[in-house]
Design a protein. Structure first.
Length: 202
């Protein structure tokens, strides 16, 4: 099955619960704090609605709401099937998390060692700030969050704790590194692979 954009899954999940107009969907996404754990932007909502409606996964109907007319969206049978398949695919797929800190680490040899260590310390501080913000949000929401929402937030908190611990370990390992610079030195990558027969991505 082709990958379904995160925003589409979130929108389909919302309108599967209850038909709603765009602003209500946006409020639900904001309530769920999707930027925080799904890396999903509310700004993509209206493009997603247009795409989902064009693909007949949702159906829009204009209704009068007070003095305003609003387009209210509901999920179609095809939309429900697509949502079920997307959720099934998410649950069965291997974890596809990509960590920005790993991308940073892959280029640290280009920096001076002290600069790399200072940036790792700044990363650790940013993670601490994120964790404090996440804990404050969880505390503030109290009982106004469903069980699955609490699990998502606790997962995020645990992840941030592990990231903080990893940042500390990475800083300690790099600080102890006696050789600094490119692992390959001046050797070409082709020569290195030929010499070592190291496994490469297929």
């Amino acid at each position: 099955m082709a990958s379904v954009p995160k925003i589409d899954i979130l929108v389909l999940s919302s309108v599967a619960r209850l038909p709603m107009h765009g602003y209500e969907i946006k409020l639900e996404l904001q309530y769920k704090h999707v930027r925080w754990w799904a890396k999903c932007e509310h700004g993509h909502l209206y493009a997603a609605l247009k795409r989902l409606e064009a693909n007949k996964l949702i159906r829009g109907k204009t209704r009068l709401d007070g003095e305003r007319s609003r387009r209210v969206f509901s999920i179609t049978t095809a939309g429900r099937a697509a949502l079920d398949a997307a959720l099934d695919n998410l649950a069965r797929s291997p974890d596809s998390s990509y960590f920005d800190i790993d991308l940073f680490l892959s280029g640290t040899f280009l920096l001076k060692k002290q600069r790399a260590l200072a940036l790792l310390a700044a990363h650790r501080e940013a993670v601490d700030d994120q964790r404090a913000e996440a804990q404050a949000l969880l505390d503030q929401m109290g009982d106004n969050i469903p069980t699955v929402g609490r699990l998502i937030m606790e997962h995020r908190l645990e992840h941030l704790q592990r990231e903080a611990e990893f940042a500390d370990r990475a800083a300690a390992v790099l600080a102890a590194e006696t050789k600094w610079g490119s692992f390959l030195g001046d050797e070409s990558i082709a020569a290195f692979i030929e010499r070592t027969r190291v496994a490469i991505e297929s």
